[in-house]
Design a protein around this ligand. Structure first.
Ligand code: ATP
Ligand code: MG
Length: 829
């Protein structure tokens, strides 16, 4: 086939072209961020196809994520000017290995329809084995064993190959349990993630015919993000590439960020040894970022000693300096970034207005996302979370909100269905059907149906008691909910509490008297033990009453905590030993924290449901929120890097570790973060952050110190808490970085603490409004039909109907929608 013209080659610089056109033999492209490695790799695939060197299904092309694979496929089609039919072997290591293993499963004792276990299943299985071996899994957590086994698999070590140095792993039971675990997986016809590669390596090593077949078949092999391959992946590649030796790997040692998952930068060095005569191409021109951004990234990464070392340059115009800003706390940081995004959206920096698609927030830890999601929900800023569900879509958040919904709207049957057996109450399908039937027959909601079912004794077994508890709880929550602000009830509770206090005093007097017994007209003679018991009972009742009073006086945050506690939902996750459980608990705490900015549970639920409804993917532009790890290989004109604080970034764990390995990996992560930015990069940190409900003072990240002064603009934080900050703001904000950092530490001084305490005394019952946020208008009567209004997300429109606090609005751009009145304001505001 004659080669078609190749415009894709014209888009490359000479070094890239060299890498693309060196089709035969091993090629290693080693270059910094944004130098066009992925672009060159994609062009190489196109070139192979265009010159007829290989058919689409003869090219094995490995990307780091499925998203990257999809993007590469699209780019190949675009470069070729036609859709590529079937590139079955373009994907991640895992997706490619699943396909291969299904074909050859029998060679490792599996059937081709094997199941792939997730981490939860893996832990469960290990736990069984650990218990069977008589090992205390509290002292030796299953999670620890799972990590050890993953580590072995990443190094392509089967149970019979565990080196003697590892014999002591997991209290000397590791190797044996590993063997048992593999055996058990086989019996279950299952594999875990690590097995996908491990089994394929074993098959290639033990079945030469199979290996040869694929060596012949994959004429060309290409690997992106090569610095993050682990030993098993490397062995797999080497086995496959040995025949044709047409392997092209591209990577950047400075972007190796998966060491914690077994990736070995050493694979880069091994490549030249294993593939003698490899053509090594270095790229130095960066096409992505402005000089200021590059300078900042280079300056930070220079702090690492273990690197191959390379310099980047660019022809791009200077553009804006990297911006650095310190905030009072994490919420303020989120608020500021929200406003910045809105400001940038309309701006014309970089020659064209940015769309939301052009902007990304890259966080170190996923729990940082909540503050942003919440802020964006409040101001109606569309966003997407990449690499995980959005905060309010997470399972534990939906469960918790279902509980709240049951309390706020007892007719919400869907919510009740969700929680009736979560946590497990021993209510199987049959019990649930009984509840449904009784509710239907009596024309009542499920929660009432459940109460009737309990009364009638229609539910049998241990579920009956648990359901009885739930319905009793539900009615007491409901009682609290409808009586918020009811002074009569509050007074009653206070009186009850006072009665109990008085009684305790009386009992204590008796208790203290020489007489070991008292006479009570109802209870007769009792011992000191009995008295103590009664005192304790009364005390705990007083505690409960105090919480009830707080709730009735309007403390909905306390209410939410009470519901999650009394329902056993929080406890369910506390008792859960899977690796996800701590994260879920953290998310629940974030949820409770989020509630603080609303007046009551109802307002919060409306806020979430309304925005979630409107947020179903409408294909519109959205800000991206993701972790730094998920951002690898991506680029955005505008990037925000929040949370640069010691203990968060770099992580506490990396700081506690002896040696620099962990810290250097964190620094590479900082380098990855900065180099995602094309035109505008903003780094921020907060002086205070609430961690598990406790305020903690934070020090700016040590990486902030490593930024080059000449390329950084220090921004003055905006007024905080309605100007409270302004009065106390440190002077001379705009100075060099070190001074700035020192000033930031003023946040931690006693004076600042006092201010902070004063601030936190203040009841926070409404969202703190920013200039872009509409005023919370709860008074429905504020509107009339025909009035022109403004909504943050949908823009201008006219009210065409009013239904309670919901307004039907004909929006000029977005069409007719129903929105809650608190989210709109009069158009002339
Ligand atoms: P990373 O290390 O972050 O994965 P990379 O080296 O893979 O980066 P690419 O993503 O391929 O870099 O390219 C970065 C940007 O530069 C992309 O927008 C790409 O289109 C552009 N680019 C790459 N090579 C050239 C070139 N020769 N001329 C113009 N633009 C280019
Ligand atoms: Mg890339």
């Amino acid at each position: 086939m004659a080669a078609r013209p190749a415009p894709y080659l014209d888009e490359l610089n000479p070094a890239q072209r060299e890498a693309v056109e060196a089709l035969d033999g091993p090629v290693l492209m080693l270059a910094g961020a944004g130098t066009g490695k992925t672009k060159a790799l994609t062009a190489r695939v196109v070139h192979l196809l265009n010159t007829g060197r290989a058919r689409p299904n003869e090219i094995l092309s490995v990307t780091f994520t499925n998203k990257a694979a999809r993007e590469m496929k699209n780019r190949i089609s675009r470069m070729l000017g036609q859709t590529v039919e079937g590139m079955p072997w373009l994907g991640t290591f895992h997706s490619i290995c699943v396909k291969l293993l299904r074909r050859h499963a029998e060679l490792v004792g599996l059937k081709s329809n094997f199941t792939i276990l997730d981490t939860d299943d893996q832990i469960r299985l290990l736990k069984q084995l650990i218990q069977a071996a008589g090992i205390d899994d509290k002292r030796w957590p299953a999670r620890q064993l799972a990590n050890i086994i993953d580590g072995w698999k990443n190094r392509a070590l089967t149970p019979d190959k565990i080196p003697s140095a590892d014999a002591g792993a997991y209290n000397y039971a590791g190797p044996k349990l590993y063997a048992q675990y593999q055996e058990r997986l086989r019996e279950l016809n299952a594999v875990d993630f690590g097995d996908l590669l491990l089994h394929m390596v074993v098959i290639f090593q033990t079945h030469e015919d199979v290996l040869e077949q694929y060596q012949r078949w994959f004429r060309y092999i290409l690997v992106d993000e090569y610095q993050d391959t682990n030993v098993a992946q490397y062995m797999w590649l080497r086995l496959l590439a040995q025949k044709h030796r047409n392997i092209c790997c591209v990577g950047d040692d400075d972007q190796s960020i998966y060491g914690w998952r077994g990736a070995e930068v050493g694979n880069i060095l091994r490549f030249e040894k294993d593939f003698e005569g490899a053509h090594v191409v270095r790229l130095e021109q960066n096409y992505r970022s402005t000089p200021h951004i590059l300078a900042a990234a280079s300056s930070v990464i220079r702090g690492n000693t273990n690197r191959l070392g390379k310099e980047l340059w660019t022809e791009a115009e200077d553009g804006e300096k990297v911006r650095l800003i310190g905030h009072w706390d994490g919420e303020e940081e989120a608020r500021w970034i929200g406003e910045e995004i809105e400001a940038q959206q309309g701006g014309t920096r970089g020659g064209r207005p940015y769309s939301l698609d052009d902007m990304a927030i890259l966080v170190r830890a996923s729990h940082q996302m909540r503050a942003f999601e919440d802020r964006f929900l409040t101001i109606g800023l569309p966003y997407r979370v990449i690499g995980g569900p959005r905060f309010y879509e997470r399972m534990e958040i939906r469960d918790a909100m279902a509980y709240f919904r049951c309390v706020v709207s007892p007719d919400d049957d869907l919510a009740f269905e969700r929680i009736v057996n979560t946590p497990k109450r021993g209510l199987g399908d049959k019990a649930q059907q009984t509840i449904q039937r009784i509710a239907r027959e009596n024309g009542v909601s499920l929660v009432n149906g459940a109460a009737m079912a309990v009364e009638q004794g229609a539910i049998k077994g241990k579920g009956a008691k648990a359901l009885g508890e739930l319905t009793t709880r539900a009615s007491s929550w409901r009682f609290l909910q409808v009586n918020v602000g009811n002074q009569v009830v509050i007074d009653e509770f206070k009186a009850e509490s006072a009665d109990h206090s008085a009684k305790i005093l009386r009992l204590m007097e008796q208790f203290a008297s020489e007489d070991a017994v008292i006479d009570d007209e109802n209870l007769g003679t009792r011992s000191n033990e009995d008295i103590q018991y009664e005192i304790d009972q009364l005390k705990s009742r007083i505690q409960v009453l105090e919480v009830y009073i707080e709730i009735l006086e309007g403390n909905h945050v306390r209410f939410a905590e009470l519901i999650l506690d009394e329902s056993g939902y929080t406890e369910m996750w506390q008792n859960d030993k899977t690796p996800e459980a701590p994260g879920r608990l953290e998310n629940l705490k974030e949820l409770v924290k989020a509630l603080e900015s609303f007046e009551n549970l109802q307002g919060f639920l409306e806020h979430v449901s309304l925005v979630m409804d409107n947020e179903s993917d409408d294909g519109g532009a959205k800000v991206s929120i993701m972790t730094l790890h998920a951002a690898k290989g991506l680029e955005f004109p505008v990037v925000f890097l929040p949370g640069w604080e010691d203990g968060l970034f770099p992580s506490q764990r990396s700081m506690d570790e002896s040696g620099v390995k962990g810290l250097e990996e964190e620094r590479r992560l900082a380098y990855v973060g900065i180099t995602r930015a094309e035109e505008l990069c903003t780094i921020s940190f907060a002086g205070n952050r609430r961690v598990f409900g406790q305020w903690q003072s934070q020090m700016p990240s040590r990486f902030v110190d490593e930024l080059p002064e000449d390329h950084v603009d220090i921004l003055t934080p905006p007024g905080l808490y309605g100007g409270g900050y302004g009065a106390a703001a440190p002077t001379g904000m705009k100075s060099n970085l070190e001074t700035r950092v020192a000033e930031a530490n003023v946040y931690n001084s006693p004076g600042w603490r006092r201010l902070q305490e004063r601030q936190s005394d203040r009841p926070v019952s409404q969202p703190r409004e920013s200039r872009n946020t509409v005023i919370d208008l709860t008074a429905v009567s504020a509107y009339t039909t025909g009035e022109r209004v403004f909504h943050n997300k949908f823009g201008y429109g006219e009210i065409i109907g009013i239904e309670g606090d919901k307004l039907e609005i004909d929006f000029e751009k977005a069409g007719t929608k129903k929105v809650v009145s608190r989210f709109i304001c009069a158009a002339d505001d």
